[in-house]
Design a protein around this ligand. Structure first.
Ligand code: ADP
Ligand code: MG
Length: 325
């Protein structure tokens, strides 16, 4: 048909027309698009990934590729993993976008999914500078439910951050029922304009095999103990991620920040973060306590997802009080 090639990604795409660019990751561009094959006027999101870049993304590959063939095979494996996990997790939960379709061209993989219209939680933090405790709770509870869903299925996300959290907007209804302009200083749960929160981007996600599934031939007798240990605690990386997000929501800056890479690594390794004055002065001890349990260096002592879902602060919203009390 008569597609105007505004984007280089369009030229190899068959069934969809790219309308506008809505996002960008380290390895991809994401577009708003429509299906041009049928009656589909419902806009979708298309993540276009350059095949070559997928290879670089995998930190487990520690050698230079042998040739184009190896790059292609490895890239395809990774994309199949991303799609499989996306489909699996989004089947029974509103906290993920539905996976719709897949296209492959000579240069790109195209992942088609449900469009989320509110934008990134990251941009919302930039816009509001920080969230009230109630709004932070409203967001992080949904993230926790999404993570619970993944962990229950034996999947670690491994890339939880405000850029990978999207939301559907809800209008703020004022006292008289009229839709009002958001009040950035008195944000209650409704006031942030944040409705349903969705966890995205399964590019680094991984299925964690159970001890028995790991050894299908019954050779567990010969496996070293750390094989089981590392699997057992690998889910905990997501809990650290949740801790970093919650910290950032409440004060507007991340818990670990250093321009110098090796300094940053040192700080993270020691769990060296602070509740700095004046930003943290008015934040409840309950919220700080939850963060302390999430940003615990020892994964054995760190909250797991059930611990966090049972955390007193997370469960302390009192709907009889005004949203900002
Ligand atoms: P990457 O793996 O390169 O980080 P992401 O899947 O995180 O790619 O997508 C990059 C950005 O594109 C996201 O941070 C988000 O802003 C936007 N985006 C991705 N998927 C959607 C979607 N379904 N609806 C709306 N925006 C999206
Ligand atoms: Mg991303």
């Amino acid at each position: 048909p008569s597609i105007n090639y505004r984007f280089p990604e369009q030229s190899e795409l068959r069934n969809y027309e790219l309308l506008s660019k809505i996002g960008e990751g380290a390895f991809s561009k994401v577009f708003k698009a429509v299906d041009i094959t049928g009656n589909g006027q419902v806009p979708v999101a298309i993540k276009a990934i350059k095949k070559k870049s997928v290879y670089i993304r995998d930190e487990e590959i520690d050698h230079d590729p042998e040739g184009d063939e190896e790059i292609k095979n490895s890239s395809r494996k990774q994309i199949i993993n991303e799609i499989a996990i996306h489909r699996m997790v989004s089947k029974n939960s509103p906290h993920f976008t539905k996976f719709i379709d897949f296209e492959e061209s000579a240069t790109y993989f195209y992942l088609v999914s449900e469009l989320v219209t509110g934008g990134e939680i990251f941009d919302k933090i930039v816009q509001l500078t920080y969230f009230s405790e109630d709004l932070a709770r409203h967001v992080i509870t949904q993230v926790a439910i999404a993570v619970k869903h993944m962990h229950y299925m034996g999947i670690v996300h491994r890339d939880i951050k405000p850029e990978n959290l999207l939301f559907e907007p809800i209008p703020f209804h004022g006292r008289n029922g009229n839709i009002q302009k958001e009040d950035t200083f008195k944000l209650g749960v409704g006031g942030g304009g944040i409705g349903l929160v969705k966890l995205m981007d399964f590019g680094l996600s991984k299925r964690i095999s159970s001890n028995t599934a790991k050894t299908p031939c019954g050779t567990m007798e010969y496996s070293a103990p750390e094989i089981f240990k590392s699997e057992e605690y690998s889910m905990k990386v997501d809990m650290w991620g949740i801790g970093c997000v919650l910290f950032t929501l409440l004060c507007g800056y991340p818990p670990f920040y250093e321009k110098n890479q090796s300094k940053l690594v040192r700080k993270i390794s020691k769990g060296d973060y602070e509740f700095l004055a004046p930003w943290w002065d008015d934040i409840s001890s309950g919220a700080k306590n939850a963060i302390i349990h999430l940003l615990e260096v020892d994964p054995k002592k760190r909250y797991d997802i059930d611990d966090f879902l049972n955390d007193p602060w997370l469960n302390s919203y009192d709907c009889l009080n005004s949203p900002n009390s």
